[in-house]
Design a protein around this ligand. Structure first.
Ligand code: AHR
Length: 353
């Protein structure tokens, strides 16, 4: 039974709701569907049972979604937040939003507060991969389903979350590596690589780095000269690239930046140093933000691997379907591509973020 206050007609509503719950018989491993049940509810055999369409609107309070966003470190993140807020608004979902400012402790506190508030569904964009089991067990004990958004987590018990909606970061790293193999096929001698990694312990940093290395390994021309974390931010990307250049200077012929913001910061550092980004140093980035596509069009970035931040519609749909008692796939991956210099102008012009 839903824990939220039901307005006028609550007695009739409660009886009607109880009937819906009995009819649906599907709890998705979590608590029973809320009063905001859909006009049709699947039973266990997958057949749809019709429910009165003219149900009293008072009986369907909005779904309450608690969302713990990890921070505001990049243009990608801002677009992701915007997409979730917009999709919630459009669907009439009540979004309780908390920004954790890159702190797992703040995320855990936010999730605990969502549990106390008895929200219907919790969604988390986890800053790092490890350390989630205890708080997810608390959510499970409270019967609140959890959706993992954007970044994967490392838990032994996969029943602690319903679904993970987010990109295939390993594949993104592989796309970057494949491009590099192609781009450098006529280069001779040692090819020095610098790598700007994101946040230490985060899924995109671990998986993009691995996908890239796995793809280029075996080619003895490549040498990793520098590799360090720059937290997915413009400022740290610039500062870390300055240091790379101080230490290795012109030996660096390739930069793989794990996101656009760090690549944009690095471009400034490279120009300061007196080299030409995109020419003296091949630059590969990940995300596909407008600012990066503009640099791609100028020839200052050579390839941008897309990582789609517009997860809002999928997330809200998943939360809604969970409350409807529907079974969801354990993994939902948004479609993604790559942006080359040739496509950049056209894509940058229509980019919203
Ligand atoms: O988790 C997605 C990554 O996080 C994006 O690539 C990056 O820009 C963001 O900060």
């Amino acid at each position: 039974m839903n824990h939220r206050t039901i307005g006028v007609g609550s007695m009739i509503g409660a009886l009607f709701c109880a009937l819906l719950v009995i009819l649906s018989g599907c709890d998705n491993g979590q608590k029973s569907p809320a009063v905001s049940a859909p006009a049709v509810i699947p039973d266990r055999s997958g057949e749809l049972l019709s429910v009165a369409e003219d149900a009293d609107p008072v009986l369907t309070p909005p779904l309450v979604l608690g969302f713990s966003q990890l921070g505001t470190e990049s243009d990608w993140r801002l677009a992701n937040t915007e997409s979730i807020k917009e999709a919630a608004k459009e669907a009439g979902v009540e979004l309780r939003f908390e920004n954790a400012e890159q702190s797992q402790q703040k995320q855990i506190a936010a999730i605990r507060s969502f549990i106390e508030q008895k929200v219907d569904v919790i969604a988390i964009a986890p800053v790092i991969q490890s350390g989630w089991e205890p708080i997810l067990k608390e959510a499970k004990a409270a019967g609140i389903p959890v959706i993992i958004s954007d970044r994967s987590i490392d838990v032994a018990d996969s029943s602690l979350f319903v679904t993970f909606i987010g990109a295939d970061f390993y594949e993104e790293g592989r796309k970057a590596g494949k491009y590099l193999l192609d781009k450098t096929r006529d280069m001779t001698g040692t090819i020095g690589i610098a790598e700007l990694k994101g946040t230490e312990g985060s899924a995109p940093s671990i998986e993009r780095g691995k996908g890239f290395r796995d793809t280029i390994e075996g080619n003895s021309n490549f040498v990793y000269l520098e590799s360090d974390y720059a937290d997915f931010t413009f400022e740290q990307g610039k500062e870390t690239m300055r240091r790379f250049l101080r230490e290795k200077g012109k030996e660096i012929r390739v930069l793989f930046a794990h996101n656009d913001d760090m690549a944009l910061g690095a471009i400034e550092a490279i120009e300061e140093y007196g080299l030409r980004p995109g020419k003296d140093i091949v630059i590969i980035s990940v995300d596909g933000t407008r600012r990066a596509l503009e640099k791609l069009a100028e020839g200052k970035i050579n390839l941008v691997v897309e990582c789609n931040p517009l997860l809002g519609p999928n997330l809200i749909q998943a939360a809604t379907e969970i409350m409807q008692g529907r079974m969801l796939p354990k993994r939902i991956v948004p479609p993604e591509s790559v942006f080359t210099e040739q496509m950049a102008k056209r894509e940058a012009a229509k980019r919203k973020y």
